[in-house]
Structure formats: C-alpha cells, structure tokens
Design a protein around this ligand. Structure first.
Ligand SMILES: [Zn+2]
Ligand SMILES: [Zn+2]
Length: 152
C-alpha cells in the first residue's frame, strides 16, 4: 500500500484502500487475512503528515484447542504520523515513521501487517468455551463425546 507524497500533500478524507492479503506467521501463529480494506484520512501536520484510519479484515485462524480453522472479523483503528524530524523518530512514540523530504512515497504494507498481527489474541479459540480434542483419542469434544476416562 503505497502513499505518494503528492497524494498526502493534497490531503484526503475517508479514502478506501484495498490491500492484498498478508500472511501472518511466526513461531506460534499461523494466520492469513482474507483481503484487507483500509479507510484512511491524511492531513498535513506540523512535522509532516498525520494519518487516521481503520483496517477491516477477516483473519483465518486455527483454534488452539480443537484445531479447526475459522474466520474472525477484525476492525483496527489507528493513528500515526510521518515525519522527517529525527527528534520525533525513535522516541517512545511507536506510531511515528520516518518520511524524508526526498522520499516520493511510503509503503505501509509492513506497518499494516504489524497492526493486524498485534490484534490477534494470544490465545486463539474458535469460541470461548471450546471443548477441544480428547488428548487420548482425538475426538472433537464439541461434536461428540468419547469413552476415554480423563479429559484435560
Ligand atoms: Zn475450538
Ligand atoms: Zn477420547
């Protein structure tokens, strides 16, 4: 998702961007988005540009307990700033990104992936009271019961 300086400089409000799906994978999570829409507004700010937006996406996730795949809707509002002011970059402010005067555009794909990634809960469950799989015979205990004695 590229934003061009000329586009930013003329400002815009509630512009819709469609972003190609991203794969979100690390050691503990395998997830994939099913298309991402981003509504974005850009304003000139004192040190560069301010961006306000909202990401809507469906993420395909796998339940930690019963291992089924399911889709979950995520709405993620965000605000961040683009600036070339070195004193603002690298402070505690995590929503500030470097954008030098000679840069023609900035690609926000990684930033958006990151925002979606941190929105995925630590524990992924298809439903709050998911019964999971029997650890002895593998039966999906949401659907049926089994004869095993002990369930965790
Ligand atoms: Zn489940
Ligand atoms: Zn069992």
């Amino acid at each position: 998702m590229k934003l061009f300086r000329t586009e930013l400089a003329s400002e815009f409000k509630d512009k819709l961007f469609d972003i190609e799906s991203v794969e979100l994978t690390d050691d503990s999570i395998v997830a994939e988005t099913q298309g991402i829409s981003c509504i974005l507004s850009a304003e000139r700010a004192r040190y560069g540009f301010q961006l306000n937006g909202n990401i809507s996406t469906q993420i395909s996730l796998q339940c930690d307990r019963c291992l089924i795949s399911f889709l979950e809707n995520h709405e993620i509002p965000f605000t961040f700033w683009l600036t070339s002011d070195k004193s603002l970059i690298g402070t505690n402010e995590i929503n500030v990104f470097q954008f030098e005067p000679n840069q023609e555009y900035i690609d926000l794909k990684d930033v958006i992936s990151e925002l979606i990634f941190v929105d995925i809960p630590f524990k992924i469950l298809c439903k709050e009271n998911c019964n999971g799989l029997c650890d002895q015979c593998g039966t999906d205990l949401n659907k049926e019961t089994c004869e095993c004695e002990i369930h965790n």
